[in-house]
Design a protein around this ligand. Structure first.
Ligand code: SF4
Length: 93
């Protein structure tokens, strides 16, 4: 059994892991200041979004799994992703 699993894991393994130096997440913090519930923080499985003392939200983009949950959860459309020209590369290399 072990022999049959290893090739599968190799196929699924990552060739490289890179985190861009530039955030792919853009947040309109002026909107966030008026948002009380901040559902983006609750729905993100990676803990990407953090409430700041001034009422805004900051994104730890290097944690982002690019699942898009926060994009859907934000009732004001304050979050947008800037997809790179050649596709998704930030998390999965
Ligand atoms: S849900 Fe939207 S408006 Fe509210 S804090 Fe998060 S990004 Fe800002």
């Amino acid at each position: 059994m072990e022999n049959s699993v290893i090739p599968l894991l190799k196929r699924l393994s990552l060739n490289k892991y890179e985190v861009s130096q530039e955030s792919h997440i853009s947040i309109n913090t002026n909107i966030c200041k008026t948002c009380v519930e901040k559902p983006c923080i609750r729905v993100c499985p990676a803990g990407t979004y953090e409430a700041m003392p001034d009422g805004t939200v900051t994104a730890h983009y290097e944690r982002c799994l690019e699942c898009g949950a926060a994009l859907v959860a934000c009732p004001f459309g304050a979050i947008s992703f800037k997809w790179p020209d050649k596709g998704i590369t930030y998390r999965y290399g």
